[in-house]
Design a protein around this ligand. Structure first.
Ligand SMILES: *Cc1c(COP(=O)(O)O)cnc(C)c1O
Length: 401
C-alpha cells in the first residue's frame, strides 16, 4: 500500500481500490456517534436506542458512584499522569490499585498497563524471543495474535476450544520452551476456554500458560474473579493473567497479574509498559471504586445471569441462530455475550440496520473480527437492562431474522 502515497492518487490508486473493495464486500466500517454516556439506552446519531452491544456488562460505565470517584480522583491527583511509570508517572493510587487487583485475583502482584492491547503486546514480546513457539486458540483476540506476530514468534493456532488439537501440536515440540495463550471467555462467541485441559497440557509440557480474561473478570465466578475462579485455577496453573478495566469494570486500562518475579521482569522488559504514559491517576482512583463494586457485585451478576437465561430461552423458542455452545445442554457458566450467527456479511448488516430502525442497537460483527462466513449479531447484555428490554429485543429479532 505504501507505494500508493507516492503515486498521483485518485480513483485508480491502490488505496482507493482497496476502499472500494471493502465497500463492495460489505466489510466497510463506519462509526456511529453517541451523544451522552454509555448506558442501556443511548442516543446514537441523534436517535434514541436500547443498546445491546457494549462490554459494560455490570452497568458501571455510567454508575453515579464511579462518576463521583473520577471527579474526586481528578481533584486529588489532577488529570494527566505526566510521565511513564518508570520516570515520574507512577502515583500512589496506581500502586494502591495494583495491590487491590493482586488481592482480588488471588495473585502475588499486579502491574497496570494503559490498555489490554498494550498489555498483551508487552507481555508476549517480553517473554518470547524470535522463533520461540507460541500456541494460540484460533479464535483468540487480535491483540494476542498480533503480540505473537510482533514478537516474531513461531505462532501456531490450534482448533478453537480443543485441547486435543493443542496436544497434537505440542507433541512435536520436544523440550523447547513454549507459551500457550488463550482468551478465558472468547470475545465474539461467549464460550469459555477449556482451561483445565490447557493447564494440564501446560504442566505436562512445562509450557507457560497465559490467560486473557478481558470478558470473564467481573462477570464469571461467584466472586466475579473470572474464568480462573470458575475453574478454580491459581497462579501455579495459569502463571500469567491479563485483565482489562474497560469492560465489566466500566473504566479504562488493564493489568497483568502473577508472581513477583513475573511483574519485576515486565517492569524491566515490557516495552509497552516502559515507553508509554501512565494511565491518568483519576482513572485509577475510579477503577478502585469499580473494583469494590465488582467485588460486592453479587446482585448485579445475579440480575445479569437472569437476563442471559431469559434471552437464551426466548431465542431458543424463536429458533434464532444461536451459537452451538448455547443450544442443547449448553455451557453451565452464564456469559453475557450471545452471538446470533447469520454468516453472510450483507445479511448481517441488513439485520443490524432493521433492528436500528426499531430502536435497538446491535452492531454487525464481520470478518476479519470473526472468521469468513460467520458474520453475526453479537448481543451483549448488561445488569441494568430490564426484562422488558430483553423481551423487546427478542420481539424485534423475531421479525428481523
Ligand atoms: C478488549 C479486549 C482486549 C483489549 O483490551 P483494551 O483494554 O480494550 O485494549 C484484549 N483481549 C480481549 C480478549 C479483549 O476482549
Amino acid at each position: 500500500m505504501l507505494e500508493a502515497w507516492k503515486t498521483t492518487g485518485g480513483a485508480a490508486s491502490p488505496i482507493s481500490a482497496r476502499l472500494v473493495r471493502q465497500r463492495q464486500s460489505h466489510l466497510y466500517r463506519t462509526r456511529k456517534v453517541r451523544q451522552g454516556p454509555q448506558d442501556t439506552t443511548v442516543t446514537i446519531d441523534g436517535k434514541h436506542c436500547i443498546t445491546f452491544c457494549s462490554n459494560d456488562y455490570l452497568g458501571l460505565a455510567n454508575d453515579p458512584a464511579l462518576v463521583t470517584a473520577l471527579q474526586e480522583g481528578a481533584r486529588r491527583y489532577g488529570v494527566g499522569s505526566g510521565a511513564s511509570h518508570l520516570v515520574s508517572g507512577h502515583s500512589a493510587v496506581h500502586h494502591e490499585l495494583e495491590t487491590a487487583l493482586a488481592a482480588f485475583t488471588g495473585r502475588s502482584r499486579a502491574l497496570l498497563f494503559s490498555s489490554g492491547y498494550l498489555a498483551n503486546l508487552g507481555v508476549i514480546s517480553a517473554l518470547v524471543s524470535p522463533g520461540d513457539p507460541v500456541f494460540e486458540d484460533r479464535l483468540n483476540h487480535a491483540s494476542l495474535i498480533d503480540a505473537a506476530l510482533l514478537s516474531r514468534a513461531r505462532l501456531q493456532r490450534y482448533r478453537h476450544g480443543d485441547p486435543q488439537a493443542l496436544a497434537r501440536r505440542l507433541e512435536k515440540l520436544a523440550d523447547k520452551p513454549a507459551l500457550i495463550a488463550s482468551d478465558g471467555v472468547f470475545s465474539m462467541d461467549g464460550d469459555l476456554a477449556p482451561l483445565p485441559g490447557l493447564a494440564a497440557l501446560a504442566r505436562e509440557k512445562d509450557a507457560l500458560l497465559m490467560i486473557d480474561d478481558a470478558h470473564g473478570l467481573g462477570v464469571i465466578g461467584r466472586e466475579g474473579r473470572g474464568t480462573l475462579e470458575y475453574y478454580n485455577l491459581g497462579e501455579d496453573q495459569a502463571p500469567v493473567l491479563m485483565g482489562t478495566l474497560g469492560k465489566a469494570f466500566g473504566t479504562f486500562g488493564a493489568f497483568v497479574a502473577g508472581s513477583d518475579e513475573l511483574i519485576e521482569y515486565l517492569i524491566q522488559f515490557a516495552r509497552t509498559y516502559i515507553y508509554t504514559t501512565a494511565l491518568p491517576p483519576a482513572i485509577a482512583h475510579a477503577s478502585l471504586a469499580a473494583l469494590r463494586l465488582v467485588r460486592d457485585g453479587h446482585e448485579r451478576r445475579e440480575r445479569l445471569h437472569g437476563l442471559c437465561r431469559r434471552f437464551i430461552e426466548g431465542a431458543k423458542q424463536l429458533g434464532l441462530p444461536l451459537a452451538t455452545h448455547l443450544t442443547g445442554a449448553g455451557q453451565a457458566a452464564c456469559v453475557p455475550i450471545i452471538p446470533l450467527i447469520l454468516g453472510d456479511n450483507q445479511r448481517t448488516l441488513a439485520a443490524s440496520k432493521a433492528l436500528e430502525d426499531r430502536g435497538i442497537l446491535v452492531t454487525a460483527i464481520r470478518p476479519p473480527t470473526v472468521p469468513a462466513g460467520s458474520a453475526r449479531l453479537r448481543i451483549t447484555l448488561c445488569a441494568n437492562h430490564t426484562k422488558t428490554q430483553v423481551d423487546q429485543l427478542l420481539e424485534a429479532l423475531s421479525s428481523v431474522i
